[in-house]
Design a protein around this ligand. Structure first.
Ligand code: PLP
Length: 430
């Protein structure tokens, strides 16, 4: 193994503790990860990432999703630069806003209009408000434990959140129509909308696709109630399909929320809707100082062109399948039961018999120390920029990580992280 330093990262972490609450916050904080995970990064290219100490990684988090076409993608960055030279955040939107809406609506079969914002949470919150505006009802139904963002109505955090913030959010079990119907009945005619995650992709959990019957059942319930079906495609969008992810199940929502990959990392998200939702969309007031900035829109136009015209999806799935097969063979050979769930381009890897995650933490940390950035409990993301050489390097590293795990296995220390323990307890209770 190469000699690896992390002194610059440690110094930045120390400095950050003084001027940034907790040193770092949110989903990109490494506080729950082993100490080998760097917090700060310096640069990236294609599927590779370098931390502030110059350590190089094959990156299987892709900025938690956005890197679809490769970091520093030439034509996307060129489109952004060309727009930057003209102007970005102006007194009103540029032509690119209309072009982007036309292109996006032309690609997503349920969509007749688009609204743009910055983060996935903006898009899901906008969908929530719009669903209520549609028929003047209050209740929003969402699957238990499903992540739809970090606004007061849906953040998994508890601090500063009032019961009133969620008074009209009603939960049901994912992929369970009976549970959904119970939730509907409890709402007594007041259902505004139902949120759907394209597939079950929550932290610490195996991933799974919903059944076609479930997806069609949700659509029918919404039709019967004249309520709004919202697919939250923020995480999975364009990694499963070139259309809304539930198009694969033959179901069209009324609204779909997008973000992450939309401009390959430039900050923009969107809510798409059908004609049925047009009046409700016009009736709400939503905006932001940076929502109409032209540079991310220009980058999104080029990203969408690549989605339409390139074979990125087929390449990404094929290379992700190679990774899955290689890791499965290694796990078996080393005598570990490793569950790889969800689509191979968004894999979740969890070990059997690993109640406090000590096995998963050991294996992923061993990979990180050798230059492959895996995540122990969050679904990972594959970029279409991944090359056969990246897979070869990855499998060399994961092989070594399995050897290390086998060596350490009997003496692994228990994980003492309180948050991880609480999540696992909640999972066991469910
Ligand atoms: C399914 C889903 N919805 C919404 C969000 C929120 O997006 P953002 O972090 O851009 O606000 C995320 C982010 O991970 C997500 O995965």
């Amino acid at each position: 193994m190469q000699v690896r330093t992390n002194s610059k990262n440690s110094e930045l972490v120390e400095r950050a503790r003084r001027v940034i609450p907790g040193g770092m916050y949110g989903h990109e904080s490494t506080v729950l990860l082993p100490a080998d995970y760097p917090q700060f990064f310096a640069r990236a290219e294609g599927a590779r990432l370098w931390d502030v100490d110059g350590n190089e990684y094959v990156d299987y988090m892709c900025a938690y999703g956005p890197n679809l076409m490769g970091y520093n993608h030439a034509s996307i960055d060129a489109a952004a630069r060309a727009q930057q030279a003209l102007g970005d955040t102006l007194t009103g939107p540029s032509e690119v806003m209309v072009r982007l809406a036309e292109d996006f609506v032309g690609m997503v079969s349920h969509a007749d209009w688009a609204m743009f914002c910055k983060n996935g949470s903006d898009a899901t919150s906008m969908a929530m408000v719009m669903a209520r505006a549609y028929r003047g009802r209050r209740k929003i139904l969402a699957a238990k434990g499903a992540y739809h963002g970090a606004s007061v109505w849906n953040t998994p955090g508890q601090g500063g959140i009032l019961p009133e913030d969620r008074a009209h959010i009603v939960y049901f079990d994912y992929n369970d129509l009976d549970s959904l119907m119970d939730a509907v009945k409890a709402c007594d005619g007041d259902v505004a909308g139902i949120f759907a995650t394209p597939f079950r992709h929550e932290v610490f959990e195996d991933q799974f696709l919903p059944s076609v019957d479930y997806a069609k059942g949700v659509r029918k319930i919404c039709d019967d109630l004249d309520a709004v079906l919202i697919v939250d495609d923020v995480r999975a969008g364009f990694r499963l399909a070139r259309d809304c992810s539930w198009s694969l199940l033959g179901v069209e929502p009324d609204l779909s929320a997008w973000g992450k990959v939309l401009a390959n990392g430039y900050p923009i998200s969107a809510l798409l809707g059908s004609d049925r939702m047009r009046d409700a969309a016009r009736s709400i007031f939503v905006t932001g100082s940076f929502w109409f900035s032209a540079v991310p829109m220009a980058a999104a136009i080029e990203t969408l062109r690549l989605v339409r015209e390139s074979d990125y999806l087929e390449r990404m799935v094929a290379i992700a399948d190679l990774l899955r097969a290689g890791i499965a063979e290694q796990a078996l050979r080393h005598g570990f039961a490793l569950r790889q769930t969800g689509p191979s381009q968004m894999p979740q890897m969890l070990f059997e018999d690993d109640p406090d995650m000590r096995v998963g933490y050991c294996w992923t940390a061993a990979a990180v120390r050798r230059g492959v950035y895996l995540h122990p409990y969050h679904n990972m993301f594959v970029t279409s920029a991944l090359t056969p050489a990246d897979i070869e390097k990855t499998l060399t590293v994961t092989e070594e990580a399995f050897v290390e795990l086998r060596r350490e296995y009997a003496t692994l220390a228990p994980q003492s992280n309180e948050y991880v323990a609480a999540r696992l307890k909640a999972r066991a209770a469910a």
